[in-house]
Design a protein around this ligand. Sequence first.
Ligand SMILES: NC(=O)c1ccc[n+]([C@@H]2O[C@H](COP(=O)([O-])OP(=O)(O)OC[C@H]3O[C@@H](n4cnc5c(N)ncnc54)[C@H](O)[C@@H]3O)[C@@H](O)[C@H]2O)c1
Length: 257
Amino acid sequence: MNPSGLKGKTSIVTGGARGIGRAIVTALAVAGANVVIADAREVDAQATAAEIQKELGSRILAVGADVTNLQDMEKVRDATLRDFGAIDILVNNAGWDRLMPFLKTTPDLWDRVIGINYRGVLNTCYAVLPHMVSRKQGAIINISSDSARVGSLGEAVYSGAKAAVIAFSKTIAREHARDNIRVNVICPGLVDTPLLQEIQHEEFGQKILGSIMNYIPLKRFAKPEDIAPMVAFLASDAASYITGQVTSINGGLTMAG
Ligand SMILES: NC(=O)c1ccc[n+]([C@@H]2O[C@H](COP(=O)([O-])OP(=O)(O)OC[C@H]3O[C@@H](n4cnc5c(N)ncnc54)[C@H](O)[C@@H]3O)[C@@H](O)[C@H]2O)c1
């Protein structure tokens, strides 16, 4: 991709402080975009923003925000517009999960999983879409999960929430194509991030993930940097005819039609 393909564009990345989000922030910055990181880990977000800004020279702002709270996401939108004047790209990446059999989960856990992984996407889109509609321009990339496409042991509620992200994204893609807004979904397989490491430290997570490498044709977990280039591509004009699509990046673990 053209390394300056996003020059002058402004993006918001939720959950950009670490893991996949951090790699996405870097990829967008490398492509020339300004980036606003919206993350509940405010201190980590500030550190990430400062490090990437120093390395790449692009403008990166960090805002402490909880995606489950609509007012927080309105605050992120307003801060972005104040500093950069427009929002061209929205990446809904913030997510959270714990592995356990459905019957061991509790309604409180359902609320947390659905709140972060699904409602967070609704809140952010609700806050940002009117601005994109008014400019007749925008690219939204939502990070779902391969579990949403094929199910995944120990991730019943998470898989459901991530599947909701796919259905929501396709509907918004249809509703806002007339506004020149494209909406696409990326479904990672297993990615080596702090979240995956936390899951692997728990007994059930260890049991489920222990033998999974045998089923990954490319024989490794993804690095966050394996996911990020697709985000930068989908955000760019090179993808101007791509909307409502779901792409897995999973080393071949699943090959959904
Ligand atoms: N790691 C994987 O194997 C994997 C696989 C499939 C999908 N995903 C998805 O990729 C995305 C990134 O995951 P990751 O592995 O990098 O996770 P991570 O925990 O390493 O990073 C997630 C970031 O999101 C932030 N975040 C969490 N809850 C938030 C909230 N309520 N408000 C604002 N920020 C919040 C965290 O502070 C963190 O900085 C998530 O949507 C996740 O579900 C990850």
